[in-house]
Design a protein around this ligand. Structure first.
Ligand SMILES: Nc1nc2c(ncn2[C@@H]2O[C@H](COP(=O)(O)OP(=O)(O)OP(=O)(O)O)[C@@H](O)[C@H]2O)c(=O)[nH]1
Ligand SMILES: [Mg+2]
Length: 1061
C-alpha cells in the first residue's frame, strides 16, 4: 500500500484546460488496483486534480473519505466501471470538471446539482439514450461532452443550460440537426461531426457566437449561404462531405483560421475564399479541383495549403508538392506573363530488342509506314516529340531493347506516362518462357517501378504471321497477362495476410513498423497497372505500290494512332494532361530545347554575346550535355526571367523530369542537365552491350596498342574494372570525367577505386568498377577468410532482405555500389561482395530461392561483440532498404537468420522477423527449428534499439543520413515537442497514426487529455517511450512531411537550423 509520502512524490503541477482557460493544478494520476484507493490519498488536501485509472475495469470503490479532498477541481473517472456517480463526488464543493466518459449506462442522481462550481461535464461514450435530466439543473455548466452516445435523445428544454458554451455531439447517430441546439445562443463551439445530418437549418445563422464548428462526415451536400453570418467563426471543419461547391458567402467568414474541406467532392473553389485574410491552414485534400484561385495563394496568413489528391492543372501537382512558396511564385509568374495551356504526354515504347519499337515510332512520327535498318538499333533511349494535332504533344521515349540498357531505362519510368509494350509476333511462341521474356518481365518491371501506370500491349510485325497465327498468339498473350495479374493480386493478398497475422501475434511495442508496412501494402492494392484495350496488332512494313492501290483499308498502325488519341483524352486515365503554365516558363523550356538540338547555332544567332573565344566554343559544345548555372541565367534572360525568377521554373522542370539537377551533390550542383537522355548516352560510351566496340573507337586505337586494348577489355569483362584515363578517352572530347562518374555513381552504376601507392598520390591509378560487367562466381581463395563452417569461437550475424516475387534486375549491383563508401578491401563477383567494415569481415550475397530473392549480409565475430557486429551490418541493410524505395511495387520483408541454424549448418535456417531488443527480452531465444533443445543469444536475434527506426518506406532515409545519424540520436528529441504540439494541434491524430499508433491507443490519448495540444504532446511522449532511441527527429520529420504538414516542417527547420543537414 502506498504511503502518503510516496503518493506525495507523485504529485505534479500539470496544466489543465477548464472551459477554455488553462490553469496549472497540483495533480495526481493513480492506477487503482484492484478496486480500492489507498487510504493515504485522503490526506493530500493540497490535491487539485485527480485522475484515476483502472486496469481491471471493475467498478472502483470511491468511499466518502474522498470528500476530504476539498480542493479538488478536476476529477477524472474515465473507464472506471461506474454505474452511478458515487455520493462522495457530490460532496466536492470546488469541483469544476468531472470526467465520466466510458462508464457504460452510468446514472446521474439529483444530488449532482449540488456541484454548483461544475462547469465541465464529460459523458462521452457512456451509452446514454437520453440526457440525464439532472444535467439541465447544473446552473453553471459551460462544457458538455456527449460524443459517441449513439442513441442519445436531446430534450427540447436544453436551452435551460443558458451558460453552455461548448456542446459536443459527434458520433451520436443523429439523423437531423437537433432543433434544441438552435436555442443555445451563447454557444461558442459545436461539434456535430460523424452523424447522419445531411442538411443544416437556416436557424444556424442565429448562433452568432460560434467560433468552432465541426461538421465533418455529416452527409452535407450544400452549405447554406446563411453560414456566412457566423462571422466570429475561427475553425470550420466540413471535411468528408458531399459538397461540390461552396456559396460565395464563405468569404464573409473573415475570422476563420482553420478551414477543412478535404474529402468533399469540390469541383471548384470560390474566389471569395481569397477574402479569408486570417486563414492559416486550408485543407483541400482529395477533392476534384482542377484549379485554385490565385487569390488563395495571396492570403498572407496562410501557412499550409493542403491539396494532395486533386487533379490539379493550375497550379500543376509538381508545383503544389513544393509547398506554399512555390505556389505563390507560380501565381506571381502567371500574373506577370500570360497563361499558356500545355498538353504533353510521355509515351514510352518498351519491349525486347528488335521488337519493332523504333520502326513504329518513326511510322507514327512521319505518318507513313517505315522500317529501320539493322544499324539503326537503339542505344539506350531516344526521345522525340510527336504532335499528331494542335491539341497535344507526345514526348516519345524509345528504349533500346538490349539487356545492357535495362539499368538505365528504369530512371525514365515515371508514373504519369502511357506505356506501349511491343511484342514481336513473329518470334513469339505460345510458351511460358517466351511470354516471360517478351511480356512478363516488362510488366513485372512496370508493376514494381510504376504501380498504377497505364499500359497498352501492341503485337508487332503482323505482316510476318498468318492470320490464324496472329489470333492464336494474341489470345495466348492475353490469357497469360490475366494469369500474371492474378498472381500479383495473390502475392499482395498473401503479404497482407502475413502482416495481419504478425500484427496480431507481435508483442506490444513492436507493432508500429508492421502496421506501417501493412498500410503501405494495402495502398498497393489500389495501385495496380491499368491495361487499356486488348492486344492491338500492327505492321509498319510499307506495302508495294500496287497493293496499296488495290487495298482501300488503312494501315494497321493508323488504328493504333486513333487508339492513342482516344486514350489520352480519357480523363480517368490522364486527368492532368493539360496544364496551365506561365508563358515565360514555356518559352524558357522551348529555348532549352533549342539548346538541346543545336547549341552552337543557338549561340551563333544569339546577339547578346559575340566574343567567340575558343574557350567559349568549347563550353558551347559541352552545352549539349549540360549547362552551367550562368548559361541557364542567360537563357532565362531571353525568356524574360531574371536570375531570381529562374529557380521556380528549374524546380518545376526537375519535378516533371524534363531536366536533371543535383543541388546536393557537390560535383554536380552548379550544372543543369537539360537533356537527360544525352546524359544517359554518355554512360552508353562506357556501358555497351558490345565490349569490343567500346575499345575499337579511333581515340582508343590511337592511344593504346592492340595488346593493351585486349588487356583493358579483359579487365572490364573479368573484373568490371576500367581505368580513369581510359574512361576519359572513351568519353567525348573535353568532357570532365568527374562529372560523368559523379552522375554514374549517383545512378548507382559504378564506384571509384583508389590505387595503392600511398606515397605519391599523383601516381595513384584511379579505377572505376562497373559491377554490371562481373560474371564470375565467388573466388575460391576467399574460403580461407570466410570458411563454410563458422569457427567454433565465433558467431555469424546475418541480416536478410526477402523479396517476394519479382526482383528488379541489377538491384544487387546497385546495392553493391551503394555500400561502397561503407566498406574497404572489397572483392566483388557476380552476385556477391566480400569486404571489411570496422575490421570485421562482411559477406553480402544475392540468391534466388524459387520465386523469391534473398539478399543476405553477414559478419562474424565473438558473441561478446554482438552489438558491434550489428553496427557493422545494419547500415548495409539500410542502404538496401533506401534503394528499394525506387520500386514502390516490390514486396519485401526484413529478417535475422537464426545464428544457431547457421552454426549447425541446417538447410533452411529459421528467419526471425527483424525487430528491436527490449528490456523484456530474455537472454536467449529458442531455435524454432530444433524445438526447445537449442537456443541462441538474444543479442544475435534482436536489433539494438540505437539502430532501429529505419525499416519501411515512410521512414526511409537517404544514405547521407546514415553517417549523420548517431549525432541526431544522441540529442534529446523532446526539445522539438513543444514546437510540434503548438503547431500540429488538431492534426495530432493523423500524426499518431503516422507514428504507428493503433485506434485504441489513440482513443486512450484522446480520452485522457483535455485539448489537442496536450494530446499531441502525449502522443509524442508515448512514442518516445515506446520507440526509445528509434524515436529520432528524422523519423518525426518524415512523418510530418508525409502528412504534408509543411508549415511545421519549415518552422522546425528555421527554428533549429541544421536540422535537415
Ligand atoms: N516485316 C516487318 N519488319 C519489321 C516491322 N517492324 C520492324 N521491322 C524490322 O525489325 C527490325 C527491328 O526493328 P526496330 O524497329 O529497329 O526494332 P527495335 O525494337 O527498335 O529494336 P532495338 O532498338 O534493338 O530495341 C528491323 O529490321 C525492322 O526493319 C514490321 O512491322 N514488319
Ligand atoms: Mg530501336
Amino acid at each position: 500500500m502506498a504511503t502518503q509520502s510516496s503518493l506525495r512524490q507523485k504529485l505534479k503541477y500539470e496544466e489543465w484546460e477548464i472551459n477554455g482557460k488553462r490553469i496549472t493544478l497540483v495533480t495526481l494520476h493513480l492506477f487503482v488496483y484492484p478496486r480500492q484507493l489507498p487510504d493515504d490519498l485522503y490526506g493530500l488536501r493540497e490535491l487539485e486534480a485527480l485522475s484515476l485509472k483502472t486496469v481491471t475495469k471493475e467498478e472502483i470503490n470511491l468511499p466518502n473519505e474522498l470528500a476530504k479532498l476539498t480542493n479538488l477541481k478536476v476529477l477524472s473517472l474515465f473507464n472506471c466501471g461506474l454505474t452511478t456517480v458515487p455520493a462522495a463526488v457530490m460532496k466536492l464543493p470546488m469541483l469544476e470538471k468531472l470526467i465520466l466518459s466510458r462508464n457504460m449506462n452510468i446514472t446521474l442522481r439529483g444530488e449532482i446539482s449540488r456541484l454548483i462550481n461544475l462547469t465541465v461535464l464529460d459523458l462521452k461514450f457512456c451509452n446514454l439514450d437520453t440526457l440525464p435530466p439532472v444535467v439541465l439543473k447544473l446552473p453553471n455548466l459551460q462544457v458538455l461532452d456527449l460524443r459517441d452516445n449513439v442513441q442519445i435523445f436531446l430534450p427540447y428544454d436544453l436551452y435551460r443550460l443558458n451558460n453552455l458554451k461548448v456542446l459536443r455531439l459527434g458520433g451520436c447517430n443523429l439523423d437531423r440537426f437537433p432543433p434544441a441546439v438552435l436555442k443555445l445562443l451563447q454557444l461558442e463551439e459545436l461539434d456535430l461531426s460523424n452523424n447522419r445530418i445531411i442538411t443544416l437549418p437556416d436557424g444556424l445563422a442565429g448562433l452568432i457566437n460560434i467560433r468552432v464548428l465541426k461538421l465533418w462526415l455529416t452527409g452535407l451536400d450544400t452549405l447554406p449561404p446563411q453560414v456566412g453570418k457566423l462571422t466570429l467563426l475561427e475553425w470550420l471543419d466540413l471535411s468528408a462531405n458531399q459538397l461540390q461547391t461552396l456559396p460565395e458567402e464563405i468569404g464573409q467568414l473573415t475570422s476563420v483560421k482553420h478551414l477543412n474541406l478535404s474529402k468533399c467532392k469540390l469541383l471548384t473553389l470560390p474566389l471569395e475564399v481569397g477574402r479569408l485574410t486570417r486563414l492559416e491552414q486550408l485543407y483541400l485534400r482529395h477533392n476534384q479541383l482542377q484549379t485554385l484561385p490565385a487569390e488563395v495563394a495571396q492570403l498572407s496568413s496562410l501557412r499550409g495549403l493542403h491539396v494532395k489528391g486533386n487533379p490539379l492543372i493550375k497550379p500543376p501537382a509538381e508545383i503544389c508538392k513544393q509547398g506554399i512558396t512555390a505556389i505563390r511564385q507560380y501565381f506571381d509568374e502567371l500574373k506577370r506573363s500570360k497563361e499558356n495551356i500545355i498538353s504533353h504526354l510521355k509515351i514510352v515504347f518498351l519491349g525486347e530488342k528488335m521488337a519493332g519499337k523504333t520502326s513504329l515510332v518513326r511510322t507514327l512520327d512521319i505518318g507513313k509506314s517505315t522500317l529501320t535498318e539493322v544499324e539503326d538499333r537503339t542505344h539506350c533511349v531516344e526521345i522525340t516529340q510527336w504532335a499528331p494535332d494542335d491539341n497535344i504533344t507526345f514526348e516519345v521515349y524509345d528504349f533500346g531493347g538490349h539487356d545492357v540498357y535495362y539499368l538505365t531505362h528504369q530512371f525514365f519510368l515515371t508514373p504519369d506516362a502511357l506505356y506501349l509494350l511491343l511484342v514481336n509476333l513473329q518470334t513469339y511462341s505460345c510458351s511460358e518462357e517466351r511470354y516471360t521474356e517478351a511480356v512478363g518481365f516488362w510488366l513485372d518491371t512496370l508493376n514494381a517501378r510504376v504501380p498504377g501506370a497505364v499500359v497498352s500491349i501492341v503485337g508487332s510485325k503482323k505482316d510476318l504471321c498468318r492470320h490464324d497465327e496472329v489470333i492464336r498468339k494474341t489470345n495466348d498473350i492475353q490469357s497469360r497477362i490475366n494469369m500474371q495479374k492474378k498472381m500479383w493480386l495473390k502475392q499482395l493478398k498473401q503479404e497482407i495476410k502475413r502482416l495481419e497475422t504478425k500484427l496480431k501475434t507481435q508483442e506490444k511495442g513492436h507493432s508500429s513498423l508492421i502496421a506501417q508496412q501493412l498500410a503501405y501494402t494495402n495502398r498497393l492494392l489500389e495501385q495496380r497497372l491499368r491495361f487499356v484495350g486488348d492486344v492491338l496488332c500492327v505492321s509498319v512494313k510499307p506495302k508495294s505500290p500496287i497493293r496499296s492501290l488495290l487495298s482501300s483499308k488503312c494501315p494497321s498502325w493508323v488504328n493504333l494512332q486513333t487508339l492513342l488519341l482516344e486514350n489520352v483524352n480519357n480523363k480517368s486515365l490522364f486527368p492532368t494532361l493539360r496544364r496551365v503554365l506561365p508563358g515565360t516558363w514555356v518559352l524558357f523550356e522551348q529555348l532549352l530545347k533549342r539548346w538541346r538540338e543545336t547549341p552552337e547555332q543557338v549561340k551563333e544567332s544569339d546577339s547578346s554575346d559575340k566574343t567567340g573565344s575558343s574557350k567559349q566554343t568549347q563550353s558551347y559544345s559541352l552545352a549539349r550535355y549540360w549547362l552551367t548555372l550562368g548559361e541557364c541565367e542567360g537563357i532565362g534572360r531571353d525568356a524574360e526571367l531574371s536570375p531570381e525568377r529562374l529557380d521556380p521554373v528549374l524546380s518545376y522542370l526537375q519535378q516533371v523530369g524534363t531536366i536533371l539537377r543535383y543541388t546536393d551533390i557537390p560535383e554536380l550542383k552548379d550544372y543543369v542537365f537539360h537533356d537527360p537522355p544525352v546524359v544517359v548516352e554518355l554512360f552508353k560510351d562506357l556501358y555497351h552491350h558490345d565490349t569490343k566496340a567500346l575499345f575499337s573507337t579511333p581515340r582508343i586505337r590511337n592511344k593504346y596498342t592492340r595488346e593493351q586494348r585486349r588487356n583493358l577489355e579483359e579487365d572490364l569483362c573479368d573484373r568490371g574494372l576500367i581505368q580513369k584515363k581510359v574512361m576519359t578517352c572513351m568519353l567525348p572530347p573535353n568532357i570532365d570525367p568527374d562529372i560523368v562518374t559523379a552522375l554514374m555513381q549517383h545512378f548507382g552504376l559504378c564506384f571509384e577505386l583508389k590505387g595503392n601507392d600511398k606515397q605519391d598520390l599523383s601516381k595513384q591509378i584511379l579505377h572505376y568498377k562497373i559491377p554490371w560487367y562481373l560474371h564470375k562466381q565467388m573466388p575460391e581463395k576467399l574460403k580461407s577468410v570466410w570458411p563454410d563452417d563458422v569457427p567454433e569461437d565465433q558467431e555469424q550475424l546475418q541480416l536478410m532482405c526477402n523479396i517476394t516475387g519479382f526482383c528488379p534486375r541489377g538491384l544487387f549491383q546497385r546495392f553493391s555500389v551503394g555500400i561502397h563508401r561503407l566498406v574497404k578491401d572489397r572483392v566483388d563477383w557476380k552476385d556477391g561482395v566480400m569486404a571489411y567494415r570496422q575490421d570485421y569481415p562482411i559477406l553480402m550475397r544475392s540468391k534466388p530461392v524459387t520465386d523469391d530473392t534473398y539478399i543476405a549480409m553477414a559478419t562474424r565475430g565473438r558473441l561478446a561483440q554482438a552489438d558491434e557486429m550489428w553496427g557493422v551490418v545494419h547500415p548495409l541493410l539500410e542502404v538496401l532498404v533506401q534503394l528499394l524505395q525506387e520500386w514502390p511495387g516490390v514486396l519485401y520483408s526484413l529478417h535475422v537468420t537464426c545464428a544457431h541454424c547457421i552454426k549447425a549448418g541446417l538447410g533452411r535456417p529459421y528467419q526471425h522477423e527483424l525487430r528491436d531488443r527490449t528490456a523484456e527480452d530474455g537472454r536467449d531465444v529458442r531455435c524454432p527449428r530444433i524445438k526447445n533443445t537449442a537456443s541462441t543469444s538474444a543479442n544475435l536475434v534482436y536489433r539494438p534499439s540505437r539502430l532501429s527506426g529505419k525499416q519501411y518506406p515512410a521512414e526511409a532515409q537517404s544514405q547521407q543520413d546514415v553517417a549523420g545519424r548517431s549525432q541526431a540520436e544522441e540529442e534529446d528529441i523532446s526539445r522539438y515537442f513543444h514546437y510540434i504540439k503548438e503547431n500540429v494541434t488538431a492534426e495530432w491524430k493523423d500524426l499518431a497514426y503516422q507514428l504507428g499508433f493503433s485506434r485504441p491507443d489513440i482513443d486512450n490519448i484522446d480520452e485522457r487529455n483535455t485539448d489537442y495540444k496536450r494530446r499531441c504532446r502525449d502522443t509524442l511522449e508515448e512514442w518516445k517511450e515506446r520507440e526509445g532511441d528509434a524515436a529520432t527527429i528524422t523519423v518525426l520529420m518524415d512523418a510530418l512531411r508525409e502528412l504534408e504538414l509543411m508549415s511545421v516542417v519549415d518552422g522546425l527547420e528555421s527554428k533549429y537550423p541544421g536540422l535537415s543537414d
